[in-house]
Every structure is written in structure tokens, then in C-alpha cells.
Design a protein around this ligand. Structure first.
Ligand code: IYR
Length: 225
């Protein structure tokens, strides 16, 4: 069903209506699934069909965005030579960060996660997704167009992406080598795009260890008024 409102086309939003019991079941089922999500740093090199990658990116790109500008670009790297280049550049930056740029407090805060400058997962995982934010838009004629709430919009898309990867049955990690402008150069992205997040995507390694960390209790993260 279509109609015109204020000179613009609208479609009827046909949402499924669930009763209260179903709402509880749906939300509990999703909670159970999301409880099993973990940031993974050890990957198997087992291949993943590209169709899975395409589906998760399509799901991420359904995220809401300021004025529906969709200010993002998802770059997918499968080529081992490019993954190697990315690992080398990321490790150079990370080595400098861990040795000279990060504060004592920061290093202390990370100790229980066991991270260091080495990032082998950037080559082991079958895919890397590099999410770029488009700080402004460039139209066909090359003139600048404003994007709105870019940081928020891309953050929401990243959340959708992480959730879609997990729901597909794969693992990922929100990796933010810093600074990460090397990604713009290696992937030859235009000036309006800045790297936002780097995510390895794949199966976890057959033996995969994750830190035994806990999330805050509900009463610490939610206040009902
Ligand atoms: N980007 C570095 C350091 C790092 C920082 C935070 I905050 C983390 O939660 C984890 C790691 C790295 O990827 O090792």
C-alpha cells in the first residue's frame, strides 16, 4: 500500500504483532543468543562463503542514519597480500602505541585482556571488514554534501554488523589500530572516507581462549523512573 503525504511517497508499515508472551520469548531468545557473543582474537583460516559476508553487510547497512544519508562504506578484504599489508601496517602502529603512546593506566587496564602489539588474526581470519565513515558526501559532480550524526550513524551500523556476524554463527573483534589512516592508503579510499573500525571475520580457532570477564549487573546499567 502506497500513498502520498506532504508530496512525498509513503508505504504502509506492516509490522508483525506479537502478544506479551511472544514478546518475552523473542527477547529472551535474543538475549540468550547475544550472551554467547565474545570478542575473538584467535581465528581459524577455514573459508566462509562470500554470501555470508554479503548478507551481514546488507543487514548492517539497514541501520538508521542521520537523514538516511547512510554515511558508511564496508570494505571487504580477502586477498592475502592485502591482509599481509594491513597486518604489517597495523602492527607497526600498535608496537609504537604499546611502547610509547599508551599511558600506564591504559596498559594496566588492558592487562587482563592479554592484548599486545601482535595481530596475527589480521592474516588468519578469512575476511577483514573495514568500516569507513563518510565525513561528508561527494555527489556525481564531485561537490560536497553534508552528512549528519556520522559518528552515531556509523556506530549503530557497526552494532548491527557485529550482531549479524554473531547471529550468522561467526566471530569478530572490534579492532581499532590507532592511528589507522594507513587503511585509507592501502585500500585507496577517497578523501571523504575515514577508517572507523576494522573487523576480522571468521570461525574461531579450534582451540580459542577468551578472557573470563563479566558484564555489569542489570541494576548497575539500568535505572527505571
Ligand atoms: N588498539 C589496541 C589496544 C586496545 C585498546 C583497547 I581500549 C582495547 O579494549 C583493546 C585493545 C589493540 O588492538 O591491541
Amino acid at each position: 500500500m502506497k500513498k502520498n503525504i506532504g508530496g512525498y511517497p509513503y508505504i504502509n508499515y506492516e509490522s508483525t504483532v506479537f502478544d506479551q508472551k511472544e514478546l518475552i520469548e523473542n527477547s529472551a531468545e535474543n538475549l540468550e543468543l547475544m550472551t554467547r557473543r565474545r570478542s575473538v582474537r584467535e581465528y581459524s583460516d577455514r573459508d566462509v562463503p562470500f554470501e555470508v559476508i554479503e548478507n551481514i553487510i546488507k543487514a548492517a547497512a539497514l541501520a538508521p542514519s542521520g537523514a538516511n544519508k547512510q554515511p558508511w562504506m564496508f570494505c571487504v578484504v580477502k586477498d592475502p597480500k592485502i591482509k599481509q599489508q594491513i597486518r604489517k601496517a597495523a602492527e607497526e602502529e600498535e608496537l609504537e602505541s604499546y611502547n610509547n603512546r599508551m599511558s600506564e593506566e591504559w596498559l594496566e587496564d588492558l592487562k587482563h585482556l592479554g592484548t599486545d602489539w601482535q595481530k596475527p588474526f589480521l592474516e588468519t581470519a578469512p575476511y577483514l571488514i573495514i568500516l569507513f565513515k563518510q565525513v561528508y558526501d561527494l555527489d556525481e559532480s564531485g561537490s560536497k554534501k553534508t552528512n549528519y550524526y556520522v559518528q552515531e550513524s556509523v556506530g549503530i551500523a557497526a552494532g548491527f554488523l557485529i550482531s549479524a556476524i554473531h547471529k550468522a554463527g561467526l566471530a569478530t573483534l572490534t579492532h581499532t589500530p590507532s592511528p589507522m589512516n594507513f587503511l585509507q592508503k592501502i585500500l585507496d579510499r577517497p578523501v571523504n572516507e575515514k577508517p572507523y573500525l576494522l573487523l576480522p571475520v571468521g570461525y574461531p580457532a579450534d582451540e580459542c581462549w577468551v578472557p573470563d570477564i563479566k558484564k555489569k549487573n542489570f541494576d548497575k546499567i539500568c535505572k527505571v523512573y
